[in-house]
Design a protein around this ligand. Structure first.
Ligand code: ATP
Ligand code: MG
Length: 389
């Protein structure tokens, strides 16, 4: 297909169409996020039409760039670069011939949506007439199901919109529409995917990364977490990362708690700190990349005693996913290769060989008291850094 450029695109949303009285709120959130995503390209306006948005730029944009920009905006079901003409048959005939792809296609169809019911022809009549024009010019066969090229014509009052290539977005809800939440972001494969899924359900995220500063290769781990935030920016993540050096607190836990309990206590420390930080920013939940049974700290017992340390909801979008499915998603969103970068994970710091898989709460609480968890949390909170990504 030839590389055409257009000033505008029609954006369809799926779920936000269903939200009844809240619909304007979701539409505005989506419009805002689209504007933000395209801001460097000079957005003129985002129009709200019935059931869809129309984005206008100052300069025409090639199709591939439209695709690059909009395919990652959460809440977008599908979109199409578009052309606007006057709403009369003569203009439509001219426009459609103007914008046909340069290379032949195996089949085509024309879909007509008529918002302006006062238009003199019915939708099937418009489709038939424009179809005949295209056929006459190209000889391409019409095919109503599974056509290689689908041309959409939308007739509004005073103008018509023509679009040729419908492309998929991620679906879901616009980021921000569901409020704010913390994300426990390690450098691993899982937590970036959990973050992506949270963004896709409309959460504005506060990514929090723990490292073993001042011990070990914490800088590598931090750099990797920053790269992940950068990659997720395309999906609506803010360009900010919170980091917390917990090396000293981990060392205290290593000295003062039973060896097999270390990981559980590291995790309880992390969720407590994350809860405090998230609440400071008016966040309502924590997201993690935990998946049931994947490692010793992710058995039902372990998840239970970790979660017991906080009162904020702990949400785990990957809980029932296989590693294979998680890896496939990580590749799709572009975080998999970043997770392979060098860097010590702080959970490996002072890690014993033997890890408890069925921790019992009374023993955990006793260990918690022995390490003075409350104090460790307070001390670690003084180590919080906000990094611009
Ligand atoms: P990941 O690939 O996300 O690191 P994992 O399979 O390695 O996950 P764990 O290391 O057990 O699993 O971590 C489980 C979850 O705990 C992570 O998905 C993440 O949400 C959180 N977590 C672990 N380590 C850190 C860290 N250093 N900083 C922030 N969150 C962390
Ligand atoms: Mg990890």
């Amino acid at each position: 297909m030839n590389e055409t450029a257009s000033h505008c695109a029609v954006v369809h949303y799926a779920e936000i169409g269903l939200k009844g009285r809240n619909r304007p709120f979701f539409e505005r959130a989506l419009a805002r996020n689209i504007e933000r995503r395209l801001s460097h390209l000079g957005v003129e306006r985002v129009e709200r039409l019935t059931g869809r948005l129309m984005v206008w730029l100052a300069e025409p944009l090639p199709q591939t760039t439209w695709n690059e920009m909009l395919r990652t905006v959460c809440g977008v079901a599908h979109f199409a670069p578009a052309y606007v003409t006057a709403a009369d048959m003569e203009s439509l005939r001219a426009a459609i011939l103007d914008h046909l792809p340069g290379e032949a296609v195996d089949s085509f169809r024309i879909r007509v949506r008529r918002d302006d019911k006062s238009f003199p022809l019915t939708s099937p009549e418009v489709a038939r007439e424009l179809g005949a024009v295209v056929q006459q010019r190209t000889g391409w066969p019409v095919q109503l199901k599974g056509a290689a090229l689908e041309i959409t014509v939308e007739i509004l009052r005073k103008r018509a919109i023509l679009s040729l290539d419908k492309l998929p977005g991620p679906g879901g809800l616009p980021v921000g529409a569901s409020g704010r939440a913390g994300l426990l972001l390690s450098g691993g494969i899982d937590s970036p995917v959990a973050g992506y899924l949270a963004l896709k359900r409309g959460c504005r995220l506060l990514p929090i990364h723990f490292h073993s500063r001042p011990f070990g290769n914490w800088m590598g781990a931090e750099a990797r977490a920053r790269e992940i935030v950068r990659a997720l920016q395309a999906y609506g993540m803010d360009p900010v990362l919170y980091t917390v050096g917990i090396g000293r607190q981990q060392r205290e836990i290593a000295v003062r708690a039973p060896v097999a309990m270390r990981v559980i206590l590291y995790r309880r420390l992390m969720v407590r700190i994350a809860q405090a930080l998230t609440r400071q920013k008016n966040g309502k939940a924590l997201f993690t990349g935990e998946s049931l049974g994947q490692v010793a700290s992710q058995t039902l017992e372990s998840l239970g005693v970790i979660e017991e340390a906080v009162t904020i909801p702990v949400l785990r979008p990957l809980i029932a996913m296989d590693k294979k499915e998680i890896v496939a998603l990580a590749r799709e969103i572009g975080t998999f290769s970043i997770s392979q970068m060098e860097g010590d994970d702080c959970c490996q710091f002072l890690m014993p060989r033997r890890v408890i898989t069925r921790p019992q709460l009374p023993a955990v609480l006793a260990a918690d008291a022995a390490v003075e968890m409350e104090r460790l949390v307070e001390e670690a909170l003084e180590q919080v850094k906000r990094i611009a990504v």
